[in-house]
Design a protein around this ligand. Structure first.
Ligand code: SF4
Length: 289
């Protein structure tokens, strides 16, 4: 998208969210999204809460399991059928790290006595531009998707999200020259969220279509306040309690190592761009793998 896109500077007032009218049609026609521009209306700082790491015998046991799976995955990576085509051992290692994180998450939630309000069908957070993904996570999601009849439509929807986000980055570079690159990227993410574009994998009933393989970054995003406080216009309300529980170091380090065994096609930090790139690689180099 060019810099002449009709984006306009955000207003600070808290009026009616202009994209509310659009939500219904987006959900009805997810894959046929027209890409119509909407001006962002808010600038907000997303409140993130980092909880203290709590380790116990459960996480120690999972560390051993992750290590065994990791060794197998690294061995198997030498036998990959082609760029971006993972072996079963690599996918197994991915599942082990996600399962370990699930244990860690459950333990933290219980230890901190948090009443999580997220549930199936509550999907406001699935309108973020999904960033900070790992290479093997992208491979896992793609393995899930590539058997589906609508793979090409999903990849086109991912490409549209990438173009939309890049347009916001360009817009923020021109509109906020005094900000640092990192601040401008945060603003671009906020504009994108405010626009209410659903993740292409979000089902009509609000469930995640790749739930077993969803990336860690989707798993760690939680709220204990009612869903309406996840709306862009409410997230700064003092009643909002929206936070992340990042993976502890033992899991994060193993994910980094898995990246090295899987990143043959050079993934990027965001999910949609990585999937589109991987799709092109697979079609070109390993069409039957
Ligand atoms: S991958 Fe799933 S959980 Fe993550 S944003 Fe998309 S629909 Fe939501």
């Amino acid at each position: 998208m060019s810099s002449t896109s009709p984006k306009s500077a955000p207003k600070k007032s808290k009026g009616i969210h202009p994209s509310k009218d659009k939500l219904h049609s987006l959900h009805l026609d997810r894959h046929g999204w027209t890409g119509k521009r909407l001006a962002a209306t808010f600038e907000w700082d997303f409140p993130a809460k980092l909880l203290p790491t709590r380790r116990d015998e459960v996480s120690e046991r999972w560390s051993d399991r992750m290590d065994l799976a990791l060794v197998d995955a690294i061995r198997a990576s030498y036998a990959q059928p082609g760029p971006g085509a993972p072996t079963e051992a690599m996918l197994h290692a991915q599942r082990e790290t996600h399962d370990a994180y699930g244990q860690y998450l459950a333990h933290n939630i219980a230890a901190n006595a948090i009443q999580v309000s997220c549930g199936r069908g509550c999907s406001r957070c699935c309108h973020h531009f999904v960033t900070s993904v790992h290479a093997l996570e992208v491979l896992s999601v793609y393995e899930n998707l590539r058997a589906q009849d609508n793979l090409e439509a999903l990849m086109q929807a991912c490409q549209k999200r990438v173009e939309d986000f890049d347009a916001w980055v360009e817009f923020c570079e021109e509109t906020y020259p005094e900000r640092t690159p990192s601040e401008r990227e945060d603003l671009a993410l906020e504009h994108y969220y405010d626009e209410r574009l659903p993740c292409p994998f979000l089902e009509d009933d609000g469930a995640c279509g790749v739930y077993p393989d969803r990336p860690m970054t989707c798993r760690m995003y939680l709220a204990s306040s009612p869903p309406e406080y996840c709306e862009a216009e409410n997230v700064t309300d003092e009643r909002a309690d929206v936070f992340t529980i990042p993976a502890d170091e033992s899991i994060a380090v193993r994910l980094e190592r898995l990246d090295r065994s899987a990143d043959y096609w050079g993934h990027s930090p965001d999910l949609y761009r990585s999937l589109v790139k991987l799709h092109e690689w697979r079609r070109r180099w390993t069409p039957g793998a």
